[in-house]
Design a protein around this ligand. Structure first.
Ligand code: C5P
Ligand code: C5P
Length: 459
C-alpha cells in the first residue's frame, strides 16, 4: 500500500457516492479540511453537508447523522474508529482522511493518512487537498487552504518550512498563483498586520534579548540602528510585508547579533512565510499563520461555519464576524497566558501542569498550553486540565511539548492514551500535542500517573 493508493481509493468512493456528510474538527486544520472537501464534492455535482465537532467522543457522536450519506470523517476519526464501530457504521458507509495516530479495529475503514507512511508533517487539510486533486485537477486552487491547515497544525519547520507532500502542495499553490512562498525570512507572527516594533517585541520563540517584550527598545533599534522608516507615506504603520529584502536582512542581522552575544542558538530566527497575493493587504487573510489563527478563533469559539464561509470566499458579513471572533480570541488567550504565568505551574520530574477549572473553555486550553510552554521550562511537557461546561462528569486534558523532547523520546499521544484508558477515558493526537477526556472522579493523581509514563518514555 502507499499513500497515493489510499488517496485514490478514498477519492474513488467519494466520486461514486450520491450524498456526502463531512464530519470535521473545529480547529484551523479541521475548518480548512472541511472547506476543501465541501468545495471539491460540490464541484463534482454531489450533494454535500457538513458537521463540526470539538472531538469525536461518545457525547458528540450524536451529531453524525443516521442516514444513507457517505460519512467523510476528516481531521478526526482515525483514533476513534471504535466509536464508528459501536455506532454500527460499516466500511462501505465511511471514509477517513486524517493525520492522527490510527486505532486498530476489526472493521477495515478506508483511510487516507500520511502518518503510517512516515509523513509526520502533513495535516488533514493536506491529505484532503490531495484527495480533492485526485477527484479533479480543477481543485488546484484549494492548495492555498491546505497550506493554511498545514501551518495551523504547526507542520512548518523553522528554517525549511513545509516539507514532503506539504511542500508540493505549497508549490501547487504557487503554480496556480494564490500562494507566494517567502524563504529565509524572519520567523515571527504577524507579518501582515503588526507594526514592526510590535511584531519584534512579541517575538518569544526565539526570545530576543533586549527586544522581546520591549516595544520601545525595538522601535529604537529599527529607527536608529537599522535606519528603517516605520511609517508609510500615508502616516500608517508599516508591516514586515512592506519591507524590501535589504531592510529585512539588516533587521535580521541585528537580531542574530543579539542572540549570538547572549549565547542563544540562531536556528529558530529564520522561517518561511506563505503569503496570499489574492487577499487584501494588512488583513489577517494575507498570510497562512494569521489566517489560521482567525479560523481557530472562529472554530474554537463555536463558529466553525463562519470560518468555513471565509475559506470559501465570504468577505462580507461572515468575514466581519470572523474579525470579531479573532479580537475576542486574542483577548481570552492573553488572559489565559497571564493566569498560567501568574498562578504558576506545578512541576514534577517530567511534567509541569496546571488546572484552570472552569475559567477557560476546553476548546482553547490546548492553544494556551502551547503558548505558555514557550515562556516556561521547555524541557518539561505541559499539561493543562479544565472542566467541561456541557459535561460535569468529565475533565479535559491538553498537553504540548516541543521537537527536542520528542527527539528525546517523549510521546504525548501514547502517554495520554495509556493514562486515560485505564480510567475509562479516551485520548489521542500526536507525539508533540495530545488531548484526552477523563472522568472527574479520577482527576486526582492523573498528573502523577502521566509523569510516571513520561519518565519511562525518557528512560
Ligand atoms: O491535530 P490536532 O488538531 O487536531 O492538533 C491540535 C494542535 O496540535 C495544533 O493546533 C498544533 O498546535 C498542535 N500540533 C503540533 N504539531 C503537530 C500536530 C499538532 O504542534 N505535528
Ligand atoms: O484539544 P487539544 O488541542 O489539546 O488536542 C490536541 C490533539 O489531541 C489534537 O490533535 C486532538 O485531535 C487530539 N485529541 C484526541 N482525543 C481527545 C482530545 C484531543 O485525539 N480526546
Amino acid at each position: 500500500m502507499s499513500l497515493d493508493k489510499d488517496i485514490s481509493a478514498v477519492a474513488g468512493i467519494i466520486h461514486d457516492s450520491k450524498k456526502v456528510t463531512i464530519i470535521s474538527h473545529i480547529d484551523a486544520d479541521g475548518i480548512t479540511s472541511e472547506a476543501i472537501m465541501r468545495q471539491a464534492v460540490a464541484r463534482a455535482g454531489i450533494e454535500v453537508r457538513s458537521v463540526f465537532v470539538r472531538q469525536l467522543e461518545p457525547i458528540t457522536m450524536k451529531h453524525v447523522p443516521d442516514d444513507d450519506s457517505l460519512k467523510l470523517f476528516i481531521d478526526l476519526g482515525a483514533g476513534q474508529q471504535n466509536l464508528l464501530e459501536e455506532r454500527g457504521l460499516s466500511d462501505r458507509e465511511v471514509v477517513i482522511i486524517d493525520h492522527h495516530v490510527t486505532q486498530d479495529v476489526d472493521t477495515q475503514y478506508i483511510q487516507a493518512n500520511g502518518l503510517p507512511y512516515g509523513h509526520e508533517k502533513l495535516s488533514a487539510a493536506g491529505v484532503g487537498y490531495l484527495v480533492a486533486r485526485e477527484i479533479d485537477d480543477v481543485n488546484i486552487d484549494l492548495a492555498k487552504l491546505a497550506v493554511i491547515g498545514n501551518v495551523g497544525d504547526m507542520m512548518a519547520r523553522e528554517n525549511c518550512g513545509l516539507i514532503g507532500p506539504a511542500r508540493k502542495i505549497a508549490d501547487d499553490g504557487a503554480e496556480f498563483g494564490n500562494v507566494e512562498i517567502v524563504k529565509d525570512d524572519l520567523n515571527c507572527y504577524g507579518i501582515s498586520t503588526r507594526p514592526l516594533h510590535i511584531l519584534l517585541s512579541f517575538a518569544d520563540d526565539p526570545h530576543i534579548p533586549g527586544i522581546s517584550n520591549r516595544p520601545g527598545e525595538a522601535q529604537n533599534m529599527l529607527t536608529y540602528e537599522a535606519g528603517i522608516q516605520l511609517h508609510k507615506p500615508n502616516g500608517k504603520w508599516k508591516v514586515w510585508e512592506d519591507l524590501d529584502e535589504d531592510e529585512r536582512k539588516s533587521i535580521m542581522g541585528r537580531l542574530a547579533l543579539k542572540l549570538h552575544s547572549a549565547g542563544e542558538p540562531l536556528e529558530r530566527l529564520r522561517g518561511e512565510h506563505y503569503i496570499f497575493p489574492d487577499e487584501r493587504k494588512y488583513t489577517p487573510l494575507r498570510n497562512a499563520s494569521e489566517y489560521a489563527t482567525m479560523l481557530n478563533a472562529c472554530g474554537r469559539w463555536v463558529k466553525p461555519y463562519t470560518g468555513s464561509a471565509v475559506c470559501c470566499g465570504d468577505r462580507g458579513e461572515e468575514y466581519r464576524e470572523a474579525e470579531h471572533m479573532l479580537r475576542h480570541h486574542r483577548k481570552i488567550i492573553r488572559e489565559m497566558m497571564e493566569y498560567i504565568l501568574d498562578k504558576g505551574v506545578t512541576e514534577y520530574s517530567n511534567l509541569q501542569y496546571i488546572h484552570v477549572g472552569s475559567r477557560f473553555p476546553d476548546t482553547i486550553v490546548g492553544i494556551g498550553a502551547g503558548m505558555a510552554l514557550s515562556k516556561l521550562n521547555r524541557r518539561l511537557p505541559i499539561m493543562v486540565l479544565c472542566y467541561l461546561s456541557d459535561d460535569p462528569e468529565l475533565v479535559k486534558v491538553s498537553m504540548r511539548t516541543n521537537e527536542t523532547m520528542v527527539q528525546a523520546g517523549v510521546d504525548l499521544q501514547a502517554a495520554l492514551l495509556e493514562a486515560s484508558e485505564k480510567l475509562g477515558g479516551a485520548g489521542g493526537g500526536h507525539k508533540i500535542a495530545a488531548g484526552a477526556y477523563i472522568p472527574k472522579e479520577s482527576e486526582e493523581g492523573f498528573a502523577e500517573s502521566v509523569n510516571r509514563i513520561l519518565r519511562q518514555q525518557l528512560a
